[in-house]
Write a protein that binds this ligand. Structure first.
Ligand SMILES: [Zn+2]
Length: 135
C-alpha cells in the first residue's frame, strides 16, 4: 500500500529524483535546471540546423524554376504573367524567398536572389528580374 503523503510527490525533470514540496517545483537545484535548459537549447539548435538545408533546397528549386522564364530578357520594369498552377506544377513553393519588397498595402514582391514573384490574385502571378542595387 502506498504511504499517504500530504505533499504531492513529483520528479525532477532533469535527473528524475523525487521532489517534495511545492508542485510547481520542477528541478532539485540550479545545477539540474541549468543542465535541463542547456540540453533544451542544444536540441533546438540541432533542429534548426537540420531544417536549414531543406529551406535552402526549396529556395534553390524556386530559383531554378524562375530561371526557366528568362526574366533577364525583360525590359526594366516589365513583368511576366504566369498562372499560379503552372509554377506549382513545377514544384514551386510560394512564400520561400531570399528577400521581400512591399510596394503597397496589398503587394509584396518576393525574390529568389534577383528573380522576383508577386502573387496578384488567387491564380495569377507576376514575375520580374531585378538587380539587387535597384531595390
Ligand atoms: Zn535533479
Amino acid at each position: 500500500m502506498n504511504p499517504v503523503t500530504t505533499e504531492e510527490e513529483h520528479l525532477c525533470e532533469e535527473c528524475g529524483k523525487s521532489l517534495f514540496g511545492r508542485s510547481d517545483k520542477r528541478f532539485c537545484n540550479d545545477g539540474c535546471r541549468n543542465a535541463f535548459n542547456r540540453k533544451k537549447r542544444d536540441a533546438q539548435r540541432e533542429k534548426e540546423t537540420q531544417d536549414m538545408p531543406a529551406v535552402f533546397r526549396i529556395i534553390k528549386n524556386n530559383y531554378e524554376i524562375l530561371k526557366r522564364y528568362e526574366l533577364y530578357t525583360l525590359e526594366q520594369g516589365e513583368k511576366k504573367f504566369v498562372r499560379r498552377y503552372e509554377l506549382e506544377k513545377q514544384g514551386f513553393h510560394f512564400g520561400y524567398c531570399t528577400s521581400a519588397n512591399k510596394v503597397n498595402s496589398q503587394d509584396t514582391w518576393l525574390y529568389c536572389f534577383e528573380l522576383g514573384y508577386l502573387e496578384s490574385g488567387p491564380s495569377t502571378v507576376y514575375l520580374k528580374y531585378e538587380e539587387y542595387k535597384r531595390r
